[in-house]
Write a protein that binds this ligand. Structure first.
Ligand SMILES: [Zn+2]
Length: 92
């Protein structure tokens, strides 16, 4: 079981959340200049490294806010949680 600490609601079961994506992907500054290949890379291609990873989760069955989660994708251990703009340090 994964327990995610929502900054608004406190510790909750992962079943209350929906995965909302990779929190390390920066949006393009000027999307109008992106080529089809750039969009393909942005939308479909992902690194999948083992270990700690930053993710967005949506507290869909709670406050409906977004949470940034630092989770070890190998063990599923949640290492840190915060608001989406929080700077969570990824151990290397
Ligand atoms: Zn919440």
């Amino acid at each position: 079981m994964i327990r995610i600490t929502c900054p608004h609601c406190g510790p909750r079961d992962q079943a209350e959340f929906s995965y909302a994506g990779d929190a390390t992907r920066a949006r393009r500054a000027d999307p109008a200049t992106a080529t089809a290949a750039d969009w393909h890379d942005y939308v479909y291609l992902r690194d999948n490294p083992p270990g700690p990873h930053l993710e967005f989760w949506h507290h869909i069955h709670g406050c409906r806010r977004y949470v940034k989660v630092l989770r070890d994708v190998t063990s599923h251990e949640v290492l840190a949680c915060g608001w989406p703009d929080a700077e969570l340090e990824v151990p290397r």
